[in-house]
Ligand binder design. Structure first.
Ligand SMILES: [Fe+2]
Length: 494
């Protein structure tokens, strides 16, 4: 049976196709429409998916009636799910789709599953048990208690886009002093111990960034100057409060389930600084590399399948055919220190992991400015390293052997040797690479190591700030014409 998973009418629409436990296709609508965080799927993504098979059934990532009650509550009732005609549809709750995306792609047969996001239909924070092929809910918390809304509200307060630019605030936190605003921010997200698990009694009196105490301190909630230290101090306080609450919640989830394997899903699982701290609580952790709503098309399909699916790697989207251009990239790196590559199937998830990437020499401290210039983004933002898995422990304080999806901020042991991939707090968002995950990227890193003695490269996504990652061959041509930057891959490597 072929199952088409669909997620849309919220941010980050996506489509997935699975057959007998194999993932045939999974991709984001925004890469086709070029509308960042596109709410809707489009003909092009469906056409791409259908190359791999015709679906017998659609699995939809939310329960429409339940969601509608919340939208009516919020004053927006004109809503209905969109799918495809003439194909039967099965519906799953928002958080079950998250939980299924995580558990059924994991290697675990026994785990606690924690889902934390802004809001599903009504659920915001859920705890599940996964045993064998079954997942069952253990505890559910509803709006207004919400890790995601807490974080997004402050994201908006900093004049960033909620549901999209939380990662920028997380990056800003490294430059701030958390103590300056800690007490104020903390008062908006009290300890669950103080609340005695009664989350429904008005923990928040803010909604989407209306936070009176900050107005008094800053003057206006929307400070326009980027390098106002108060913004960085506020970001640091938010990150610290978030981490404190997250650790408490995870300890609670562990205590009520007795599980030592964690599956963590929902948009909050993208906070790589906080994620690292969870290794102190659990023995093993799996975060599916697309833990936000965009991963829920796969989650709904997995929920319908009801068995573990065969997760190999995140290269599941549009194909740019041809060999991965390893030799060209190596020569370009040696000559100009930066190489741009678009080849193979696009990554499913927010991170470019080698198939839609800008790679650069991490030893050069000035390379950051050059890459930022290409990407037209803020200068303080950190870049991530890719490292040979074999050497990862030598260069970073790894909490585990491999971190192939850039999900953890990890202390770098030699920041002076690779300054362009180390953040202000001394950490790096590490992507380990082995010969199974991506043989060509692995070989490139080996060759780079033989040449330089450094098994690390800078890797950042091939996009302009605020735009989706490049998707197909046409995007390559358009980018080259517009920005006069050579991209290796597709027709450029024949
Ligand atoms: Fe969600």
């Amino acid at each position: 049976m072929i199952i088409l998973g669909v997620n849309e009418t919220s941010h980050d629409a996506s489509v997935s196709l699975i057959k007998d436990g194999e993932i045939l296709f999974a991709a984001h609508a925004e890469r086709y429409s070029k509308v960042k965080n596109d709410w809707y799927n489009n003909n092009d993504i469906y056409k791409d998916a259908m190359q791999y098979g015709t679906p017998d059934v659609i699995a939809y990532y939310e329960k429409p009636l339940w969601k509608k009650t919340r939208l009516i509550f919020g004053g927006a009732s004109d809503w209905k799910p969109r799918t495809l005609p003439d194909i039967p549809v099965k519906y799953f709750t928002h958080h079950k789709s998250h939980a299924a995306a995580g558990y059924y792609t994991s290697k675990f047969n026994d785990a606690v599953i924690v889902v934390l996001d802004a809001i599903g239909e009504w659920n915001t924070s859920t705890i599940w048990i996964g045993e064998g092929n079954n997942i069952k809910p253990v505890k559910k918390f509803d709006y207004p208690f919400s890790f995601g809304l807490f974080y997004s509200a402050f994201t908006k307060l900093l004049d960033l886009k909620p549901n999209e630019e939380e990662y920028i605030m997380m990056g800003m936190a490294a430059y701030g002093n958390p103590d300056r605003y800690f007490e104020q921010v903390n008062s908006y997200f009290p300890s669950i111990k103080k609340q005695k698990y009664n989350f429904h009694k008005g923990i928040y009196d803010f909604d989407w960034g209306i936070i009176p105490c900050m107005v008094g301190e800053i003057g206006t909630p929307y400070v326009k100057e980027w390098f106002d230290q108060r913004k960085f101090d506020l970001a640091a306080a938010v990150q610290k409060v978030y981490e404190n609450r997250l650790i408490e919640f995870m300890q609670y989830a562990k205590s009520i389930t007795g599980k030592t394997n964690l599956v963590f899903m929902g948009g909050c699982a993208l906070n790589c600084s906080a994620n690292t701290k969870l290794w102190d609580i659990f023995n093993n952790i799996w975060i599916m590399p697309n833990p936000g709503d965009a991963g829920s098309s796969l989650g709904a399909a997995a929920a319908l399948y009801g068995l573990h699916i065969n997760w190999k790697n995140p290269y599941l989207g549009t194909e740019i055919p041809g060999p991965w251009p390893r030799n060209e990239v190596l020569q370009e790196l040696k000559k100009n220190k930066i190489a741009v590559v678009a080849s193979g199937r696009a990554e499913y998830g927010p991170r470019a992991l080698g198939n839609r990437s800008i790679l650069a020499d991490p030893r050069d401290p000035n390379i950051k400015d050059k890459v930022n210039e290409i990407k037209q983004r803020e200068k303080f933002r950190p870049f991530a390293p890719i490292v040979l898995e074999h050497f990862a422990n030598e260069w970073f304080d790894m909490p585990t052997r491999s971190t192939p999806y850039m999900q953890y901020a990890i202390r770098c042991k030699y920041p002076d040797r690779i300054p362009s991939v180390v953040h202000a707090d001394g950490t790096s968002r590490v992507q380990t690479v082995n010969e199974y995950d991506h043989p060509e990227l692995h070989m490139l890193l080996r060759q780079w190591y033989w040449e330089t003695g450094v098994p690390v490269l800078l890797n950042t996504s091939l996009n302009i700030k605020g735009q989706p990652l490049l998707n197909d061959q046409n995007d390559i041509i358009e980018w080259q014409n517009r920005y006069n930057t050579k991209i290796y891959g597709g027709n450029n490597v024949l």
